[in-house]
Design a protein. Structure first.
Length: 139
């Protein structure tokens, strides 16, 4: 039997995502309790509430290199997937917004907060000067 060897970056990423989905299918796969819970939660929600749900991933630093956002369970959130380092960091990020009048709704959830473009910072490398370190098999 010949072993399929991906040749393009897209094929390598697709193969990695399939392997990741396969590895975690018992926990987060389509038939798992986690997947069914999230699917049912989103299906039973109103369209407005459904569009506000975001999947926040708190990953161990050794697992952050993997493409978790491409997994089937993350697809339930239609691109509303985020990562952070820890619950402690999320707490510190949210604190300034809790002081804003009307930031909290009556049920305790945080209302949508409008940010000024001048307060958002981007980190980019347009000239590809950073060589970085790759720990994956695909490079």
């Amino acid at each position: 039997m010949d072993l399929y060897v991906p040749t393009t970056v897209e094929e390598k990423l697709r193969a990695l995502v399939l392997d990741l989905d396969d590895c975690f299918k018992a926990v987060m796969g389509v038939g798992s309790r986690v997947y069914r819970f999230l699917h049912d939660l989103l299906e039973k929600s109103s369209p407005i509430l459904k569009s506000s749900y975001t999947l926040m991933m708190l990953l161990d630093s050794s697992l952050q290199i993997l493409p978790w956002e491409a997994m089937q369970v993350a697809q339930l959130f239609n691109g509303r997937v985020a990562r952070d380092y820890s619950i402690h960091m999320i707490h510190h990020r949210i604190q300034p917004y809790l002081a804003i009048p009307n930031a909290l709704s009556s049920d305790g959830s945080i209302n949508a907060i409008t940010l000024s473009a001048s307060t958002v910072k981007y980190i980019v490398d347009p000239l590809s000067e950073d060589q970085g370190i790759c720990f994956c098999w695909c490079c």
